[in-house]
Design a protein around this ligand. Structure first.
Ligand SMILES: [Zn+2]
Ligand SMILES: [Zn+2]
Length: 366
């Protein structure tokens, strides 16, 4: 999730800056200059906005659609902070557009976004207990554990980003209690590793809910009511329609399979790091190719963990993308000839190659 989000963010981060800049220059009510008091004010203001953005993201279906991915994890550790999507960035930026309207410059807003973006990383952990006096002012790991819990008592609580005061003012605060250990994840947990399903299942459920309504007014209203108003049986209907079967989640994964997925993730992370570092120098064609390859790999890894058979064809498409990339970098006859031979051999020996491949990654299965 985090890899896909970081990658797509490269293409839109500049867009948000331009929109803030445009609003401020065109419609800004005041001309605000930076200064210590102004920075403090901006911090308080953005934290307040974040509280409402986050609260509404849990209370309004169309916004929950963008935020739900963050809450799917049944583990709670630092990697959960990276479980965000590009859709969430769009929803959040809509809320933040209020700031340039007041007259805050795009540079100040974007800098503040970095602080608000970095802070949540530190609260996604079970390793840190209660933090004494800090618990009264700041959002702490203990507060955020409550936010991610699906225990009845902890639902829809602690929305704050950096300051916990907003939850206390608006009545959504709940302290973590020793006798009520947090159970993490959605109230109705997902039963799949599928990258695509995790992104889109709620959109499909919403679509089914809209279809059930007779009048246009009611159809439209589905988007704005609370998520708990959506019939929970729609999940099963959506799973049935898209053939998403409950899988082996929780079952110990095969060592070789584990290793294969792990290495793909490590290489993908290195690739992502290098890509971000040199993005400025890359051609758009190469960038699109890299994004496609990354998305295919992410879809692939989820499917491999579910031991799907169709991943074999995805592997072929990934190879094809690498081949196209090679041809763009070295458009030489010898490269074309070598690739032609490679793909011919792979096509001719498709059956044994498939058997060998499944033998490596699903050792006991095939
Ligand atoms: Zn949340
Ligand atoms: Zn969180």
């Amino acid at each position: 999730m985090g890899i896909a989000e970081r990658l797509s963010d490269i293409f839109v981060a500049g867009l948000f800056y331009s929109i803030f800049d445009f609003i401020q220059h065109k419609f800004g009510l005041f001309s605000i200059k930076s200064g210590v008091a102004v920075w403090i004010l901006l911090f308080l203001f953005t934290d307040f906005l974040w509280y409402w953005y986050h609260r509404l993201a849990h209370e309004v279906n169309i916004l929950w659609l963008a935020h739900i991915v963050h809450h799917q994890s049944e583990d709670f550790n630092y990697t959960v902070s990276a479980r965000i999507t590009i859709f969430q960035a769009f929803a959040r930026s809509a809320f933040w557009s209020f700031l340039p309207l007041l007259g805050f410059p795009a540079g100040m807003i974007t800098s503040m976004l970095i602080i608000h973006g970095a802070y949540p990383f530190f609260v996604h952990t079970r390793l840190i207990g209660k933090l004494g006096l800090l618990e009264y002012i700041f959002v702490t790991p203990s507060h955020h554990r409550v936010h991610h819990a699906r225990n009845e008592k902890y639902l829809d609580k602690n929305y704050g980003d950096a300051l916990i005061i907003w939850d206390k003012i608006f009545g959504t605060f709940q302290r973590e209690e020793d006798e009520e250990p947090a159970v993490y994840g959605l109230t109705k947990p997902l039963r799949t590793y599928s990258f695509l399903w995790q992104h889109f299942h709620f959109g499909i459920e919403l679509f089914f809910a809209i279809k059930r309504q007779r009048t246009w007014k009611n159809k439209f209203a589905v988007l704005f009511v609370r998520p708990e108003k959506i019939d929970p049986s729609l999940r099963a209907e959506a799973e049935e329609r898209f053939k998403v079967k409950p899988n082996n989640i929780g079952v110990q994964m095969d060592k070789s399979l584990n290793r294969y997925v792990k290495w793909q993730m490590i290489l993908l992370l290195i690739g992502l790091f290098v890509f971000i570092l040199f993005e400025h120098y890359l051609q758009i064609g190469f960038e699109i190719g890299f994004v496609l390859f990354t998305l295919l790999t992410l879809i692939n890894c989820g499917a491999i963990m579910e031991q799907k058979k169709w991943i074999f064809y995805l592997e072929y498409s990934r190879l094809l993308l690498i081949a196209i990339g090679l041809l763009i970098i070295y458009p030489k006859l010898i490269v074309i000839a070598l690739l032609f031979i490679l793909f011919s051999v792979l096509a001719y020996y498709a059956k044994p190659v498939k058997k060998y491949y499944f033998g490596i990654i699903y050792s006991s299965q095939e």
